[in-house]
Structure formats: C-alpha cells, structure tokens
Design a binder for this molecule. Structure first.
Ligand SMILES: Nc1nc2c(c(=O)[nH]1)N[C@H]1C(S)=C(S)[C@@H](COP(=O)(O)O)O[C@H]1N2
Ligand SMILES: [Mo]
Length: 201
C-alpha cells in the first residue's frame, strides 16, 4: 500500500503551475457561495444597471437593453480572499469597456452597489482594459441567484469580493469611498498576486 494518502490532494498547491495560483491560495473544484446576506431573487424584469455619479448623463440599461449588447466569453481564474482559487472558469458577459465607452468623467474611483446593499470600491482604471465584465452566464447556463444572477460584476484580476453579485449601480467618484469589506479591514485594492488581503498588506 502506498504510504502516501491522496485524499486531500485536491487542495495541493503543486497541482497548479505557480503562475496560476497566487501566494497563499489553494485550488478548489467546486464553486463555494460567499454572501454576507440573503440571496436576492430578482427577475430580469426587476433588474436594471446604472452608471451614476461623476457623469454628465447617467446611463441605464434594462435587462432587455443590456442583453441586446454584444457579449463575450470570458475564461478566467478566480481567487477568493478566504484562500480558494478556481481555474479556468467560463462566463458570458458584457465588457465594461463597452458599458463605460466614451466616458467623459473626472472620476478615478468607482463604488459598486449591489441589490441587497453590498458595496465594493475600486479604481476606475481596473474596470477597463478588457479586465472587467457584467457577467450573466456561468458555464453555459444563466447565472444562478446564489452566484449573483441575473448579473454580477466580474473582475477576476482582483480578489473576488470586488466582483459584486446582483450588481445594480456603478457610482463614479472623485474620492475613493470604502465598500462593505473594505470598511471591515479588507484591502482597498485587493491584488491576489501581491496578497493584498487586509488593509496594510
Ligand atoms: N452582493 C454581493 N456580492 C458579493 C459578495 C456578497 O456578499 N454580496 N461576496 C463577495 C465575495 S467575498 C466573494 S468571494 C464572491 C463569491 O462569489 P460566489 O458566491 O459566486 O462564489 O462574491 C463577492 N461578491
Ligand atoms: Mo470572498
């Protein structure tokens, strides 16, 4: 019998190449649900997306308008600050480059608001450059409510708490304002490769 027990090896770091797994993370194959409150059950008709704040003309899309926009398949590795990472997740979403296109704003920051009142903040430039989407499907199926359906923000290059589920509003701001986890001690920026988990990291 082999002296090596393989039971927990699904979590081994060395199953993933080092350039895929940020420091301190382990791999998971399932898809944990992390929510601070109850899951809102929103029908698409109840869902709207808004861009507000430092913008001349606030923007707004109903579900029908949003789904009429061109979307793209996104394959991304995702990293939760509680240390699980999941590789090669496949989503369908609308690029923020499209939604924020031709933006005339003095804002450098965005405070993202979700249905259910979760918020998270990030620099505006991190939502552009092909790095952020409003995702409405996961693995070929409509996004489950638990994972943020009808639609969520997806910013895979930052810790996943920045990817607000049930997203409803992107508030463009001159001054940075801390969101929910950011006011509870988490890092303002949250780069998994620099292990920016908590304020001061
Ligand atoms: N609205 C909202 N979005 C949220 C959260 C939340 O509690 N509420 N949790 C965040 C955290 S901490 C993580 S790790 C991911 C988890 O997404 P998942 O539940 O689809 O795995 O959602 C993020 N987005
Ligand atoms: Mo998280």
């Amino acid at each position: 019998m082999s002296p090596i027990t393989r039971g927990f090896r699904g979590r081994r770091r060395d199953e993933a190449p080092d350039d895929r797994l940020p420091p301190g993370q382990y791999l998971t194959r399932d898809f944990p649900v992390l929510s601070t409150g109850p899951t809102p059950h929103l029908s698409p008709e109840e869902w709207t997306l808004r861009v507000t704040g430092e913008i001349d003309e606030p923007r707004r899309w109903s579900w029908t308008e949003f789904r009429a926009l061109p979307s793209e398949e996104v394959r991304a590795d995702i990293h939760c600050v509680t240390k699980w990472s999941k590789l090669d997740t496949v989503w369908e979403g609308v690029s923020l480059d499209l939604l924020l296109g031709d933006l005339d704003t003095a804002a450098d920051y965005v405070l993202v608001h979700a249905y259910g009142d979760y918020t998270t903040n990030l620099p505006l430039e991190h939502l552009t450059g092909g790095r952020a989407w409003i995702a409405f499907a996961y693995d070929g199926d409509p996004l489950e409510p638990e994972h943020g359906g009808p639609a969520r923000l997806l910013v895979p290059h930052l810790y996943l708490w920045k990817s607000a589920k049930w997203v409803r509003e992107l508030e463009l701001r001159i001054e940075d304002e801390a969101g929910f986890w950011e006011t509870h001690g988490y890092h303002a920026h949250g780069d998994p490769w620099r292990e920016q988990r908590y304020a001061g990291d």
